[in-house]
Design a protein around this ligand. Structure first.
Ligand code: BGP
Length: 490
């Protein structure tokens, strides 16, 4: 049996995002986010924003982040009475953070990754002064974590923008948003810097190549890749500032790492796979190594990008504001073949892998593979900041869930991670599983796609008591953490 015990300072924890977890969308002076206008959905019925045209007619652009489909400049988002908007209540961490943190601490978590809601701090994004009530909320969260010796891992921006910045500036397509982001980040460093060492500048930034999250109204590659450049610069400026303001601070950004396999060893499939892979490396290379790679023009050509506008100091900023570690989410792998569309997730099936009810292939070895791949290439420590399995739970009358399938998934993935660390010697700072307490799904807005080790009594339309009940996997995870991985061998 290979040793699964992890290094003694390994960080164990969970990860969440404000608009999927926090709720309290109109409390404490919080402004609106683009996510607040997003309806719930399912695999069959994609989420959308309801938008009103000047003549009063309504349109429903399909959207995860407002930019998944072209939206006319005149369209304004509105709320419709008979629609359900999951971010408004989410699962109410806003009012239940003490109970939730206690539950997480009960498993032995020593780190909690959460995102700060930008519009809770700057309601429109443009205020001179931050919203004190918003700052105080996260003070309370961080202080509560400290009671249990859990450290915060803060995502500064998880796929979101204050709605005003989307409407007024076309989101990240405008360089103006860089300044607002840097001011927002500086406010967080000033306030929480004494209690937070690990920071993520953006969540899943490489998702820009497919569906988000830039807040631009047109889904064309030109706007998207310009927005990405502006986000790279914003991240690099925040990293430089953070390093100055907080002596020991460490910065990552977060990548959606679905390991990509070629469907066959046919040279054309192999070459397509190389190119598809570079579409992801583009983001990691620029932020992790500090410069645009040689293959950037090839990537731009896939997305009809004519020209990326850069300011004179941008190159220096990218170099000086490199990330300290590489963090990523890992849920699944993907298989591609020559002729597939770029970013054709799920385009080719992998006959060797089983899938979740949402069609996500389950591939633990893919996690070990990509940990190695990232470290081989970037040579900076890595941090797995999301992983887990969205499943349909069947609670009994006491709301207890016997989730052996989740235990199996986590056991296999954690074992693969331990092998990458112990056998391949990949330096890995920690592991924060996705959604330790059930929360709302990002892609479908459902509640029934659950990741948690703690069940939350709430349905897809927000009905339920919101009571929290530990599942079977809760005690299993507690034991894994207590033994620092050794229990994975049982
Ligand atoms: C990542 C996001 C998370 C999250 C997770 C699971 O892409 O960073 O916000 O929700 O995926 O995805 P889903 O909720 O769609 O199952």
């Amino acid at each position: 049996m290979l040793n699964k015990k992890l290094p003694k300072d390994f960080m164990w924890g969970g990860a969440t995002a404000d608009f999927q977890y926090e709720g309290g969308f109109n409390e404490g002076g919080r402004g609106l986010l683009s996510h607040d206008y997003e309806t719930n959905g399912s695999i069959e019925h994609p989420r959308h924003h309801t938008m009103k045209m000047p003549d009063g007619s309504l349109i429903n652009p399909r959207s995860s982040f407002i930019d998944a489909e072209d939206v006319p400049d005149e369209a304004m988002p509105i709320f419709i009475d008979d629609q359900y908007y999951p971010s408004h209540q989410a699962v109410d961490f806003f009012h239940r953070y003490k109970e939730d943190i206690k539950l997480m601490a009960g498993m032995g978590f020593n780190v909690f990754r959460f995102s700060i809601c930008w519009s809770r701090i700057f309601p429109t994004g443009e205020e001179e002064k931050p919203n004190e009530e918003g700052l105080k909320f996260y003070d309370d969260v961080i202080d509560e974590l400290a009671k249990y010796k859990m450290q915060p891992l803060i995502t500064i921006c998880h796929d979101e923008l204050p709605m005003e910045l989307v409407l007024k500036y076309n989101g990240w397509a405008s360089r103006k948003v860089i300044d607002y982001y840097v001011k927002y980040a500086e406010t967080l460093f000033e306030r929480y810097g004494d209690r937070c060492k690990y920071w993520l500048t953006f969540n899943e930034i490489n998702a820009i190549r497919g569906f988000g999250p830039t807040g631009v109204r047109k889904s064309n590659g030109q706007d998207r890749y310009q927005a990405a450049h502006n986000m790279f610069v914003a991240s690099a400026k925040a990293v430089q500032l953070g390093h100055k303001m907080m002596k020991d601070s460490q910065f990552g950004a977060m990548y959606a790492m679905s390991e990509i396999y070629p469907a066959t060893c046919k040279p054309e499939d192999m070459f397509f796979h190389l190119q598809e892979h570079r579409e992801n490396w583009y983001f990691i290379d620029i932020m992790g190594r500090g410069y645009y790679p040689n293959y950037a023009p090839e990537v731009w050509s896939h997305h009809n990008v004519k020209n990326i506008e850069m300011a004179p100091n941008d190159k220096k900023d990218l170099m000086d504001g490199q990330l300290d570690f590489i963090s990523f989410s890992y849920y699944r792998s993907n298989t591609v073949k020559d002729g597939d569309k770029w970013f054709n997730v799920g385009g080719s099936t992998n006959p060797y892998l089983k899938e979740t009810p949402w069609g996500w292939p389950v591939d633990p070895l893919g996690l070990r593979y990509c940990m190695n791949e990232i470290y081989d290439r970037i040579q900076k420590p890595i941090f797995i900041v999301e992983n887990g399995m969205g499943a349909i739970d069947q609670p009994d009358d006491n709301l207890y869930v016997c989730d052996d399938y989740r235990i199996d998934y986590l056991k296999e993935h954690l074992s693969a991670m331990a092998d990458a660390i112990n056998i391949d010697h990949v330096p890995c700072l920690g592991y924060t599983m996705w959604g330790p307490i059930d929360l709302v799904s990002l892609s479908t807005g459902e509640m029934k796609k659950r990741y948690g080790l703690v069940y939350v009594d709430m349905d897809d339309l927000g009905n339920g008591t919101l009571k929290r009940v530990p599942k079977k996997s809760y005690n299993w995870m507690k034991r894994v953490i207590e033994t620092n991985g050794l229990a994975l061998e049982e």
